[in-house]
Design a protein around this ligand. Structure first.
Ligand code: AMP
Length: 483
């Protein structure tokens, strides 16, 4: 059997992690980026979200990171907090068996928490420009060992006005480094930035797929403003989706549509920039796992967010920017699955719709509003689904995580314990090797250690009676995935 990822000379640990993630063969962008990144050349990659671009830079970085080095060796800048967390997770999953530690840095989460994390061994820092700059200027993010810089979704960083901060960060970074720039489009500002800060970058452009995935059925309906909610209800009955995102223009709109659906006992939650960060992440996580069926959101949720099996996207309000149409509807029909996008257009908005059509280079089919007959015919099926819980989606890292137990020990730096002390003791337990030990996080008064390969209980049992560096520590299974 051919093993396509092996063609890139990847280590056993990375290949194994890719297998766990069911990445059986490289996507086109990975096929193109990997050989060049492994040769340590700068890259400008024009690629869409959904193409597998995260792994395209995460694989070579994980491969080349030196585990023993405590200071960050790679910095990834992303436009949004959600994307920062998602990219961090991809690094953690791919680097699992190399025990790669990635840390996400973004606004709203307490600075102190991230500062504490950065005091630990951190191989990869992933963050939004503002917070990363803050850490750099306060001296909490050390840059002298950075060998890789990734600018992810650079065009979006430009749109959000982050380019000055990106420039400032670039001015602090070591000049000897590899820079990879990923962007769906490469406008002039990005080109100029690349020219100034990159060394003979190799241009990579994956075959421009159609702007939107071909499996998506696009339709538009003319709906007067005041009838939107009534039409939404009908459309949802007719479509009866398993998983659906409803996009609105403002957070007040999101609140309004969400509250009305909630009052009608729809399985619904919401996402917008006015919500605090931890709630946003929680909602995203729940949605990814299929805890609820309808997500009402502003464009915050549209970009780069990777959720499987969304069967319906409703543009309750037309997006203000043409690009946003592509990003919104790109939430559905991913990975070869089919999907549908319904766009509400008020009678005054036909010009905007024409602008979008020009941008996506095809006409969106205009359809009539759902008829009373269609609604009646689907009512029973809809109600049945209302009464059943949404199908739970398997978390991408579930297969990797199933093999991992995180243990808590009630001693850390203050007891002068170091990673080698834990590794030395645990690796001597009969049946264990150093390879069975995952990420180690040593805090002042506690330590968290991942035990891999389903050997958690073995270690737990042994460590109840085995001292570490002469000290008996309490040990139990850590109750949360993060510390
Ligand atoms: P991205 O463009 O990085 O957001 O990735 C889009 C989706 O593709 C994510 O769900 C990835 O987990 C998935 N993915 C990335 N690489 C592969 C691969 N080689 N095989 C299968 N799925 C992949």
């Amino acid at each position: 059997m051919s093993k396509p990822f092996q063609q890139f000379n990847l280590s056993e640990e990375i290949i194994r992690a890719l297998g766990d993630l069911d990445y059986t063969e490289p996507t086109e962008i990975q096929e193109r980026v990997l050989p060049i990144a492994m040769q340590k050349q700068d890259i400008i990659a024009k690629s869409q979200t959904g193409s597998g671009k995260t792994a395209a830079f995460a694989i070579p970085i994980c491969e080349n990171v030196e585990w023993l080095e405590n200071k960050p060796q790679a910095l990834v800048l992303t436009p949004t907090r959600e994307l920062a967390v998602q990219v961090k997770e991809e690094f953690t999953n791919i680097g699992r068996y190399k025990r790669i530690k990635a840390t996400a840095l973004y606004g709203k989460q307490p600075f102190r928490y991230q500062q504490d994390e950065l005091k630990q061994k951190t191989h990869i820092a992933v963050g939004t420009p503002g917070r990363v700059l803050d850490h750099i200027e306060k001296g909490t993010l050390k840059l002298e060992k950075i060998k890789y810089l990734v600018l992810d979704e650079s065009d979006e960083m430009l749109n959000m006005g982050f380019l000055d901060q990106v420039e400032a960060i670039l001015s602090y970074l070591p000049k000897e480094r590899i820079t990879m720039l990923f962007s769906a489009t490469v406008p002039n500002e990005i080109k100029t930035l690349a020219l100034r800060h990159m060394k003979q970058p190799v241009d990579i452009e994956v075959e421009q797929q159609q702007q939107t995935a071909p499996q998506i059925e696009h339709v538009a309906m003319e709906v007067p403003e005041e009838e939107k909610f009534a039409v939404l209800k009908k459309a949802l009955i007719v479509e009866n989706p398993d998983s659906c995102i409803i996009f609105c223009r403002t957070k007040d709109r999101v609140d309004e549509v969400h509250d009305r659906l909630y009052d009608l006992e729809y399985s619904v939650d919401k996402l917008h920039g006015g919500m605090d960060q931890s709630t946003r992440l929680m909602v995203m996580d729940d949605y990814k796992r299929g805890e609820f069926r309808y997500l009402v959101a502003t464009d915050v949720a549209a970009r780069g967010i990777d959720v499987e099996n969304i069967s319906l996207v409703v543009n309750y309000d037309l997006p203000l920017e043409k690009e946003a149409y592509v990003h919104r509807t790109g939430r559905t029909g991913r990975a070869g699955l089919s999907g549908k996008a319904i766009t509400f257009v008020t009678p005054h908005e036909h010009n905007f719709l024409a602008g979008i059509e020009e941008f996506i280079q095809f006409e969106i089919a205009k359809t009539a509003l759902p008829t009373a007959e269609a609604v009646a015919a689907n009512q029973d099926a809809f109600e049945q689904k209302m009464d059943s819980k949404p199908v739970k989606k398997k978390s991408k890292s579930a297969k990797v995580d199933a093999q991992i137990t995180k243990l808590y020990f009630n001693g850390g730096k203050k007891k002068k314990l170091r990673a080698v002390d834990f590794v030395g003791t645990i690796a001597k337990i009969p049946g264990m090797t150093g390879d069975d030990i995952g990420i180690i996080t040593i805090l002042d008064t506690s330590t968290f250690i991942e035990i891999l390969n389903g050997k958690g209980n073995l270690v737990l049992k042994a460590m109840k009676t085995t001292p570490i560096k002469g000290k008996h520590l309490k040990v139990h299974i850590a109750n949360s995935k993060s510390f």
